[in-house]
Design a binder for this molecule. Structure first.
Ligand code: SAH
Length: 212
């Protein structure tokens, strides 16, 4: 029931997000609005508002709601922004991002996941997200540069292509490190072209698998 899931989402926003320090009102509103159950299989729908990542196809996961909110808040999304996501997975984070910025480009290495995400986004009436099947460590040059880039899988290093596709003033949020100890890093492109780096804490994402 729509009313029921809306109240479960409101509780999720209070307990899992606000209480842990997510305070960007637009991010909280977007998390309150997007039905997470629409981006997982029917067998997982009952768990959609649990405080956890959940399995999707191809041994991948839909991120924990808190992690989605944390990454999007760190990316400082503005209404006119163009955002690139690497690792479409379920399409959920892209759907939340679509409520925050004008345009979302998302890249997924598994064609089957990209296709399912495309279908689920369309079913929800989300029409500002382009889903591509490709190696996202190369970014998506066709629509670069991006005001914000979020990478929802973790590798040993930050792909050069992603840094190169970051606009002036742009923010790149990416987990870096191998299996055991990833750190969520925020890079910001300064007016002089240099990049600053900040550590947002320890995280655990599925591997970023690619050439870049
Ligand atoms: N943002 C997703 C989280 C998905 S998990 C969500 O909201 O559901 C991370 C995804 O990154 C997986 O689907 C995995 O297949 C994908 N991935 C890993 N390496 C990649 C690469 N080099 N290019 C594109 N996608 C990649």
């Amino acid at each position: 029931m729509a009313g029921d899931t809306a109240s479960r989402r409101a509780a999720m926003v209070e307990r899992q997000l606000r209480r842990r320090g997510i305070d960007d009102p637009r991010v909280l509103e977007a998390m309150r609005a997007v039905p997470r159950e629409a981006y997982v299989g029917a067998d997982m729908a009952g768990l959609a508002y649990e405080d956890t990542a959940l399995p999707i196809a191809e041994e991948q996961t839909i991120s924990q709601p808190y992690v989605v909110a944390l990454m999007l808040q760190a990316a400082k999304p503005a209404p006119q922004d163009r955002l690139l996501e690497i690792g479409t997975g379920s399409g959920y984070a892209a759907a939340v991002a679509a409520r925050l910025v004008a345009r979302v480009v998302t890249v997924e290495r598994y064609a089957a996941l990209a296709e399912t995400a495309r279908r689920r986004l369309a079913a929800q009436g989300v029409d500002t997200v382009a889903v591509h099947t490709a190696d996202g460590t190369r970014g998506w040059p066709d629509e670069a540069p991006y005001d914000a880039i979020i990478v929802t899988a973790g590798g040993r290093r930050v792909p050069d292509a992603l840094k190169a596709q970051l606009a002036a003033g742009g923010r790149l949020v990416i987990p870096v490190g191998d299996g055991g100890g990833q750190r969520l890093l925020l890079f910001e492109r300064q007016p002089d072209g240099s990049l600053t780096e900040r550590d947002l804490g320890g995280v655990r994402f599925v591997p970023l698998v690619g050439a870049g």
